[in-house]
Design a protein around this ligand. Structure first.
Ligand code: C2E
Ligand code: MG
Ligand code: MG
Ligand code: MG
Length: 286
């Protein structure tokens, strides 16, 4: 009867809710444990100045070596964790590891190297963030200009006032800011004006399409032109082939990042990449 049907539907809904909730709780406790067991690591993806081939820095990308699931990429857990205390904790771990890597690279002779770090929305609401970062700067004896903090338009619009205030504070400490996945979010161009932003990263979906799709191509060209007019730096992510690279160079895109230069590299791959392809700070592609 109707009552049973209604009841069954409700139970089904309940179950789904329960599963979603419990897998979230499971994931959150897994993450805590994974930090303790050191199952996380960072891979670094090179960023290259297109006019010269100079290696300007790396983006730090998180990986989780899960004992059962193997290598888990951030898309599988960052979304679920956003705004959770676990994400803040994991974020602290990412910062610390990035500081270690910058120090290591400087000691290897890459004196001007910069690492860009992705932050999720919750991290910008963490009142301890400036203090934690200042602690790391002091502990490692590094100036903040070796670090670039990436946020997406989505992160920005979520809590515009708090986020802007946090950005200004961190900017005052010497960190620089990049807007990631530019063009895919909902932010209006007027935000760009009020934000202490240094770098715009054009989303890889536009780069993927730029050779075949005229709309993608026009978006790329006009974004580059706009960013240049605002006297900011423009980065293209997702550069996978030579034709994309040539076209981006032609339109004076400052920096490129993508599989054409290198995939995100683990510690061992990083060392191999540096000796094989960056003998003097400039990228040689073989
Ligand atoms: P993102 O910040 O936009 O990073 C770029 C993504 O594009 C990375 O995916 C990278 O591996 C991938 N990629 C780079 N070049 C190419 C290319 O030429 N072709 C293709 N197909 N893909 C390319 P990944 O490593 O899976 O990271 C996904 C997203 O997870 C990142 O997107 C970022 O939003 C987030 N993320 C990664 N690490 C962290 C972290 O430490 N903290 C936070 N909050 N988010 C992170
Ligand atoms: Mg990024
Ligand atoms: Mg991106
Ligand atoms: Mg992304």
């Amino acid at each position: 009867n109707a009552k049973e049907q209604g009841g069954a539907a409700f139970t089904g809904y309940d179950q789904q809710m329960y599963q979603r909730l419990s897998s979230r709780i499971q994931l959150e406790s897994d993450i805590k444990e994974a930090i303790r067991l050191q199952q996380f690591y960072l891979v670094l993806q090179p960023q290259v100045e297109l006019s010269t081939g100079r290696l300007v820095g790396f983006e730090a990308l998180l990986r989780w070596l899960h004992p059962q699931r193997g290598i888990v990429t951030p898309d599988e857990f960052i979304g679920v964790l956003e705004n959770s205390p676990q994400m803040v904790e994991l974020g602290y771990w990412v910062f610390r590891r990035s500081f270690e890597l910058v120090l290591q690279l400087i000691n290897q002779g890459y004196r001007h190297i910069r690492i860009s770090i992705n932050l999720s929305a919750g991290q910008f609401l963490d009142p301890l963030l400036p203090q934690v970062l200042q602690g790391l700067l002091d502990e490692f004896g590094l100036p903040a200009n070796h670090f670039e903090l990436e946020l997406t338009e989505r992160t920005l619009v979520k809590n515009i006032d708090t986020t802007l205030q946090m950005m200004r504070q961190l900017k005052g400490m010497g960190f620089c800011f990049a807007i990631d996945d530019f063009g895919t979010g909902y932010s209006s161009l007027s935000y760009l004006k009020q934000m202490p932003v240094d770098i715009i990263k054009i989303d890889k979906s536009f780069v993927f399409g730029m050779l075949e799709n005229d709309a993608d191509y026009q978006i790329i060209v006009s974004t580059i032109a706009m960013v240049q007019k605002l006297e900011l730096t423009v980065v293209a992510e997702g550069v996978e082939n030579r034709a994309q690279l040539q076209l981006l160079k032609k339109h004076k895109c400052d920096i490129g990042q993508g599989y054409y230069f290198a995939r995100p590299l683990n510690d061992e791959q990083l060392q191999q990449f540096l000796t094989e392809h960056v003998p003097d700070g400039f990228l040689r592609l073989t």
